[in-house]
Design a protein around this ligand. Structure first.
Ligand SMILES: Nc1nc2c(ncn2[C@@H]2O[C@H](COP(=O)(O)OP(=O)(O)OP(=O)(O)O)[C@@H](O)[C@H]2O)c(=O)[nH]1
Ligand SMILES: [Mg+2]
Ligand SMILES: [Zn+2]
Length: 289
């Protein structure tokens, strides 16, 4: 048997990248009986049934390192979150939700601030640098920062996410891919140009996925009182007066996190996202009781 990675699935066929090229495969009925539905990103073992054209059958699906529901894709090593300085302007809550869920799923995060030709990126960069993330300034239009970003993609599979119109597909095209991009004006209405999920080869056995908009992960798995663990900068502050402090509705004197916010060590937008997510998660929990 041969090992490979599913790069896409269409109409019951899976395309599996192997050392010998891409094989068109069917999944064995046995997998269906075991309730295993292969998804893009899965590492699989295939039995080659034909050499030319290259065809096979998926015999085994390796256990997944992580699994994203929308779009369905597994084994993501890295996440590039693209934020544009303008058109559209940053949606901090969406960004921070995505970051928290990626932290939860142990996916490495890189922040790319794109469209630096339209407005200064400094404020956005500052927010995420301060929070402890690697940030890169890019301009897909003028091909600035693209090589620097590409050099950071050390994982096997990198997903690129961010609001519709921020320039995800444009950045990937600068990596040498050939993806459809939106027109300015159309994207302001939030329509998605990118629709399908496919691992695109970057060379050296690495892949990227261009995701449509922000639909990557759901946060409902995270418990309200664990949320702070997925805001990495909250770990580096002074102690709170109460050990079960949720860092919300407190005085700066009593709370290390809130104190850091008032001193500007933690960005306001990050804290607001935390507050918003915490309150949401808390409601879910109480509702379930
Ligand atoms: N001024 C400027 N425009 C850019 C830049 N990067 C991309 N754009 C434009 O922004 C628009 C949207 O770009 P896309 O690459 O389609 O955005 P996307 O993030 O893939 O959008 P979806 O597929 O809808 O999620 C296009 O008109 C691009 O030409 C940039 O750095 N500067
Ligand atoms: Mg796109
Ligand atoms: Zn606190």
């Amino acid at each position: 048997m041969i090992c490979g990675i599913i790069t896409k699935g269409i109409g019951g066929f899976y395309y599996v990248a192997t050392d010998d090229g891409v094989a068109e495969c069917r999944a064995l009925g046995r997998l269906r009986k075991e309730n295993i539905t292969p998804v893009t990103g899965d590492r699989v073992k295939i039995r080659v049934t034909n050499k030319n054209p290259y065809e096979g059958a998926i015999e085994e699906v390796e256990s997944r390192r992580n699994y994203l529901i929308r779009p369905p894709v597994s084994n993501i090593d890295m996440l590039v979150i693209v934020i544009s300085t303008e058109s559209p302007s940053p949606d901090y809550l969406m960004i921070d939700k995505l970051i928290a869920t990626a932290e939860y799923a142990k996916i490495e995060i890189i922040i790319a601030v794109n469209k630096i030709d339209l407005a200064l990126p400094d404020e956005i960069v500052e927010i995420y640098k301060k929070a402890g993330f690697q940030t890169v300034k890019t301009c897909a239009q003028a091909n600035i920062g693209i090589d620097k970003l590409k050099a950071l993609l050390t994982g096997r599979i990198t997903a690129v996410a961010g609001n519709s119109g921020v320039g995800k597909s444009s950045i990937l095209n600068r990596f040498g891919l050939n993806l459809e991009t939106g027109e300015v004006g159309r994207t302001n209405r939030g329509r998605h140009t990118t629709r399908h999920t496919e691992l695109l080869p970057l060379g050296n056995g690495k892949f990227v996925i261009d995701t449509p908009g922000f639909s990557l992960l759901e946060v409902d798995d995270i418990k309200a009182n664990e949320l702070e663990n997925y805001f990495r900068e909250f770990a580096n502050v002074g102690e709170c007066k109460f050990s079960d402090c949720a860092h919300i509705g407190v005085k700066a004197d009593d709370c290390g996190v809130y104190n850091a916010v008032t001193k500007g060590e933690i960005s306001k937008t990050r804290y607001e996202s935390y507050e918003n997510m915490y309150n949401f998660l808390k409601t879910i929990k109480e509702w379930e009781k």
